[in-house]
Design a protein around this ligand. Structure first.
Ligand SMILES: Cc1cc2nc3c(=O)[nH]c(=O)nc-3n(C[C@H](O)[C@H](O)[C@H](O)COP(=O)(O)O)c2cc1C
Length: 154
């Protein structure tokens, strides 16, 4: 299933939050815009994630849409139990959650719903603030490889 569905290309986000013991974050591909009215986004944390339960506890998080040049950052935020913020520059969103330097877009959210989803859960977040930087090309993930988008010739 992983091999077949790896053919579905996606962007990559890092979900961040300001925890009681410092900033939190994990890399996530299962992100989607969900609703305009009310403004909602969704993503799916694995039940094995050690960071998601801490972010759930905070109840507020920022979705960071990664840009070209963020492949190493994506890998760093996918490693459990490490100092994910070593050498990472960020500024706080209104919620206090980190906005990572150079991202293509971010949405600052509060936790709205969480549903069961097999070995993952399905999270809906309400968007309170957001911004984008049109000068940044998005980072893509396709068949296990990071890629950068190029315009289709036709
Ligand atoms: C490109 C990419 C996409 C990922 N997408 C997801 C995802 O959608 N959901 C998820 O729970 N983990 C996803 N992961 C894995 C998590 O980043 C990783 O398991 C998690 O950060 C482990 O750290 P934690 O224990 O601190 O949560 C992805 C990893 C990469 C590299």
């Amino acid at each position: 299933m992983r091999t077949v569905l790896g053919h579905f290309a996606s962007g990559v986000v890092v979900i961040t939050a300001s925890g009681p013991d410092g900033p939190l974050g994990f890399t996530c591909q299962s992100f989607s815009s969900l609703s305009l009215e009310p403004p909602l986004v969704s993503f799916c944390p694995a039940r094995s994630s050690t960071t998601w339960p801490k972010i759930r506890e905070v109840g507020q998080f920022c979705v960071n849409v990664l840009a070209d040049g963020h492949a190493e950052l994506s890998t760093a935020f996918a490693r459990s139990g490490t100092d994910k913020y070593a050498g990472v520059r960020w500024t706080p969103a209104p919620s206090g959650a980190p906005i990572l330097e150079g991202v293509a877009a971010w949405t600052d959210c509060s936790l709205e719903y969480e549903y069961p989803g097999g070995d993952h859960t399905i999270v809906a977040g309400r968007v309170h603030d957001l911004d984008s930087d049109a000068s940044r090309a998005p980072l893509l993930f396709h068949r296990g490889v990071y890629r950068v988008a190029a315009p289709s010739p036709r």
